[in-house]
Design a protein around this ligand. Structure first.
Ligand SMILES: CC(C)(COP(=O)(O)OP(=O)(O)OC[C@H]1O[C@@H](n2cnc3c(N)ncnc32)[C@H](O)[C@@H]1OP(=O)(O)O)[C@@H](O)C(=O)NCCC(=O)NCCS
Length: 182
């Protein structure tokens, strides 16, 4: 199964659509190199460039088990972040969601909650998955709140999973279930 959207996912304030190489702007690359943005992301361990990000977008778009979407403001079409559904395990009907709102001036405005919610609904509805999951650092208060507000609940805590800001942090696994499947 090739993961692709026949049409963008639309919410009240956002449009989520697949990225093209033209979307790999200096602004997008700068998000990934910004210590405030990548504080809880593994991308902080290597410097990102237009080439590396372009390769990532191409790999995601060619993947059978991933859907990488850009998050754009419906009004003005400004690119403010990305959200990924994947990898998806079709045998067990589950997939992982991860995201970033790269444009810091748009933090705390409910955009992550809105994007997570529409992608979870797409995964559990159109793709007929049974479960969507997310993993985040226990210290990532924004992620914790946004996933919770989008209907996820904590299902596991991994002790001292990440070394971050000079201390060990627990990892949280959260999930949202779909309709019961046989
Ligand atoms: C974490 C992140 C996705 C949150 O995005 P966001 O659009 O700001 O999230 P929302 O506005 O939907 O936030 C939901 C709640 O969390 C709160 N929140 C957001 N960031 C917060 C922070 N750093 N500390 C405390 N609370 C925060 C919001 O105020 C909101 O609370 P409210 O409903 O009580 O008002 C965003 O900060 C981000 O992309 N950070 C960098 C990358 C990253 O960490 N990605 C997640 C990896 S799993």
């Amino acid at each position: 199964m090739r993961m692709h959207l026949t049409k963008p996912l639309v919410t009240k304030r956002l449009v989520l659509r697949q990225l093209t190489l033209e979307d790999v702007s200096e602004k997008y690359v700068a998000w990934l190199n910004d210590p405030d943005v990548n504080r809880f992301l593994e991308s902080r361990f290597s410097k990102q460039t237009r080439q590396s990000v372009g390769r990532f977008v191409a790999t995601m778009n060619a993947s059978d088990v991933d859907l990488l979407l850009g998050i754009f403001l419906a009004e003005g079409a400004r690119h403010i972040g990305n959200i990924r559904l994947g990898p998806v395990d079709t045998a067990h009907k589950r997939g992982t969601i991860g995201l970033l709102i790269g444009d810091k001036q748009h933090w705390g405005m409910g955009y992550a909650t809105e994007a997570i919610n529409v992608v979870a609904e797409f995964a559990l509805g159109s793709l007929n998955l049974h479960k969507v999951q997310a993993g985040y650092y226990a210290g990532n208060a924004g992620s914790q709140k946004a996933f919770k507000k989008a209907g996820f609940h904590e299902e596991a805590r991994l002790s001292q999973q990440w070394f971050c800001d000079g201390v060990w942090q627990d990892g949280i696994l959260a999930c949202r279930m779909g309709a019961p499947h046989a």
